[in-house]
Write a protein that binds this ligand. Sequence first.
Ligand code: NAP
Ligand code: G4F
Length: 349
Amino acid sequence: MKTALVTGISGQDGSYLTELLLAKGYEVHGIIRRSSSFGTQRIDHLYSDPVAEPGRLTLHYGDLTDGCRLANLLSSIVPDEVYHLAAQSHVRVSFDEPVFTGDTTGLGTVRLLETIRMVDLPCRFYQASSSEMFGGTPPPQNEESPFRPQSPYAAAKTYAYWVTRNYREGYGMYAVNGILFNHESPRRGETFVTRKITRAAARIRAGEQKALYLGNLDAVRDWGYAPEYVEAMWLMMQQDEPEDYVVATGTSCTVRDFLGYAFGAVGLDWRDHVRFDERYLRPVEVNALIGDSRKAAEKLGWTARTHGEELARIMIEADVRELELHRGAGISPPLPRSGAHADSQIVRH
Ligand code: NAP
Ligand code: G4F
């Protein structure tokens, strides 16, 4: 049985990856942050009672800013594979918190790599790199395209990308970068634009919300389905040689197109409900990301199966279902503060 350590296990990708690893028979360890409220909703269904089923999934407190804790965990768990997914992952927020983003999203990676090197752990390492690193480079973007990061987040990810390559080339580590384009799901954080749209469309249809406030509708993204993308992560870690891969659908749509898919799926015209709010604009925008993942297709046998319109349908159906479950149980709908009024009070990027 292989042992994996997953940072960011409570996030969208961490939850799907953990499902995949457990299904493959791995023993999985995950790092979560201590918080005054539980933040493990995405993995609660996997966390069986450790007394009843010991050893398959274990959660540990830790933080990317705490190098000593990371070193202790790596030394005691001795994983075969480390999937480093944790990060301050919101691009707009990184303009508000650039130093914190650099510390976690950038330096967090080198804290892990340097521990692995110092302790001489014979493990493989996956870095969650991002298409945001391409930033201002026009599409299509592949493994050879230059990086032109347009945000503190993208700059931090670019640092982490290069340091991962540096440890591979300098110390012979099996360390790979998965350069993933946007991937979404019903578990996507509520402040990323696709989920913000599908939740709002479901709530507007149900009369729980009046309007949806958004920024730039012209941005072009290559949106794929997260459960498929974690398969690519795992495949990258099973190769004879460590290499970096772009993972994308190769298709694209604008935020405006996605609005049409999501609102259309519940019989609404988005133009009747969407308002512009300049606070959702970014100081610098990434206009267009469209990936060329032919290398992943050729070497990993991986291709995306779900594209924009189908993705929007999966997400809105889940949001409609969730809302109906809450209403049926007589419980207030989740996160009611995303109504139009509160949305303008608390800027939910
Ligand atoms: P996500 O849902 O935002 O999850 C981020 C995870 O990182 C959460 O588990 C979060 O914990 C954890 N985390 C944040 N700060 C931390 C800290 N200081 N110490 C320890 N853990 C911390 O992100 P995702 O969408 O799953 O993405 C996974 C990774 O892939 C991220 O690195 C992201 O930047 C990268 N990426 C994502 C995409 C995409 O489209 N989804 C594309 C390319 C790259 P809490 O639950 O406590 O907040
Ligand atoms: O959903 P987004 O916030 O995702 P973004 O910025 O592309 O970043 C995501 O994908 C990256 C991979 O390319 C990851 F590395 C990163 O961690 C994250 O997962 O915004 C998508 C687009 C942007 O152009 C943004 O300006 O939607 C536009 N947008 C328009 N109105 C909005 C809004 N984005 C958000 N979050 N909220 C809005 O109201």
